[in-house]
Design a protein around this ligand. Structure first.
Ligand code: GLC
Ligand code: CA
Length: 548
């Protein structure tokens, strides 16, 4: 087989998928908020990057209580972001450029502005409208206490009282009431939504908190401490229940009624790779995010065992694995790898990060980016699909310089289990040029403040620099297509526990030096390196790709 033989495997198995956070990508009409026409205007950029698909975070009508993950209407575009016609234009523009389109489905909860929730509030207790959500009477003499002491993911009680005295459950923000997945109307409506977007040409779906939809709310409700102590083995009342796959079996039937079948990837933060595999099963969603590298330190033995385990899991289910280093929920990996301990998240550093008003001395910017480039190039050489988050191709760091009054993330305000700073720092609008009110993001400012150092990372700067992170990503993504003829990976022992080396199809090899002394080469044909070689050796925090 020559190394240019096209693969006949389905496109998603080894796709490079680029996540667009639409409000922060490109603003076409100058209102400071990124929009769908903005994506259209940057379609050539996406094509030149060499990705196979884009995944768009929610662009649906929303009050933005949680960055769009509070959806008020699942079958429409937020008027601030454009229209359905704009959406269609985007899909055809991307398809013309051979870029597939994946959209985000948020089935665990709606926005409190959704017409169903408004109807539930108006209709009162005992109504069919309330049955679509999770309403309960409170405890205490007058029902003045919540039905249980459950905590929301963003901090504070997970139960909220409404005017007539009943309480509703919200796993996330108060503005995100959980749906009742025992309700047939809820189930039917999501099938309609999946068909709606599939009919518009969408190629796949990313399923938000896919492991939380179904619940066992039999009384008496357990306490939070009891919930925390229960195993997450498929029978937990709230998390990763086996019966959620009955929902996805119905979805799968819809996906498979299209040609080609629509794809889906689960966002499921579950307890083990075995639990994750259930979502990746071909009768369920088909693929599931694997966040193991994202939560790992930059460390050779950890990377090696994560890669080995996940490839074995993928082989066992027939799915392909997925790799992620950054997304809209976590501190950017260039920054994580520049903090002590290496993968340290700002939350561990307390509030200094906020109070300093900028990255303090303990952030090693250069080292962090160098390690990020090495980790990403290792990731892009692995079998499976790779998810990239907008801005990482520029080597962007997390933005710390956002004052509390400029922040938007509900997690920040309620002191959540997420980073104490919240997630705004990775959601700052992209710098396209070195000047203007928003570095070319739009013509009239940006909805989150961009720091002055963004100019150094602008697309216009990196585009012209062959050594930039952007140039590195472009080159790697182009070369990567030649790696996709099979999904094999074979480890080559290096005799060092800080150096990983593996072989891929057609004589490709990848070496990553995680630290320590340079690793000497023996005259191999290096086609890509994340940092200059030192006398023919691969230096610390560097990845090289080698061809036969
Ligand atoms: C997912 C999203 C996150 C959102 C949450 C609630 O984890 O990635 O951004 O806040 O779900 O919808
Ligand atoms: Ca706009």
């Amino acid at each position: 087989m020559s190394d240019t033989t096209p693969t006949t495997a389905p496109w998603w198995r080894q796709a490079a998928v680029y996540q667009i956070y639409p409000r922060s990508f490109a603003d076409a009409n100058g209102d400071g908020i990124g929009d769908i026409p903005g994506v259209v205007s940057r379609a050539d950029y996406l094509q030149a990057l060499g990705i196979d698909a884009v995944w768009l975070s929610p662009f649906y009508p929303s009050e933005l209580a949680d960055g769009g993950y509070d959806v008020a209407d699942y079958r429409n575009v937020d008027p601030r972001l454009g229209t359905l016609d704009d959406f269609d234009e985007m899909v055809s523009g991307l398809h013309e450029r051979h870029i597939r389109v994946v959209v985000d489905i948020v089935p665990n909860h709606t926005s409190d502005q959704h017409e169903w929730f408004q109807e539930a509030l108006a209709a009162g207790r005992g109504s069919a409208a309330r049955e679509r959500y999770i309403f309960r009477e409170g405890q205490g003499e007058n029902g003045e206490l919540p039905p249980a002491d459950w905590q929301s993911v963003f901090g504070g009680s997970a139960w909220e009282r409404v005017a007539d005295g009943q309480w509703y459950f919200h796993r996330f923000a108060v503005e995100q009431p959980d749906l009742n997945w025992d309700n047939p109307e809820v189930r039917a409506d999501f099938l309609k939504t999946l068909r709606f977007w599939s009919d518009r040409g969408v190629d796949g779906f990313r399923i938000d908190v896919a492991h939380m939809l179904t619940k066992d709310l039999s009384e008496p409700l357990p306490s939070q401490a009891e919930l925390d102590a229960m195993p997450q083995d498929g029978n937990h009342p709230l998390i990763d229940r086996d019966d959620v796959h009955e929902v996805y079996a119905e979805w799968r039937a819809v996906f498979n009624s299209y040609d080609p079948p629509r794809t889906a990837v689960a966002e499921a933060w579950v307890s083990t790779p075995e639990r994750r595999a259930k979502y990746a099963h071909p009768d369920s969603l088909g693929q599931s995010f694997n966040f193991d590298l994202l939560v790992a330190d930059f460390d050779a033995p950890s990377f090696r065992s994560i890669i080995t385990d996940n490839l074995a899991q993928a082989a066992a289910t027939g799915s392909s694995t997925t790799w992620v280093l950054s997304n809209h929920d976590v501190t950017r990996h260039a920054t994580r790898y520049g903090l002590e301990p290496l993968n340290g998240r700002p939350v561990k550093q307390g509030t200094e990060w906020v109070e300093a008003g900028g990255p303090a001395d303990w952030l090693d910017r250069e080292g962090g980016l160098r390690r990020a480039r090495a980790a990403t190039m290792l990731m892009l050489a692995l079998p499976g699909s790779a998810y990239l988050y907008q801005g990482e191709e520029l080597g962007l760091h997390e933005v710390a310089e956002i004052t509390p009054d400029q922040r938007q993330d509900p997690g920040f305000f309620r002191g959540s289990e997420y980073d104490r700073l919240g997630r705004d720092g990775c959601r700052v609008p992209l710098p396209w040029t070195t000047e203007g009110s928003s570095f070319g993001f739009g013509t009239n400012g940006a909805h989150l403040p961009q720091p002055s150092w963004f100019a150094d990372y602008a697309v216009a700067v990196e585009d012209a620099d062959p050594d930039s992170t952007l140039s590195l990503y472009r080159k790697a993504l182009e070369l990567r297509h030649r790696l996709q003829t099979d999904e094999q990976l074979e480890w080559i022992e290096t005799g060092r526990d800080d150096v990983l080396r593996f072989r891929r199809p057609n004589g490709w090899e990848v070496i990553t030096v995680f630290g320590g002394e340079p690793f000497p080469l023996a005259g191999e044909n290096v086609v890509l390196t994340t940092a200059p070689l030192l006398n023919g050796a691969v230096p610390a925090d560097t990845t090289v790709w080698i061809t036969a």
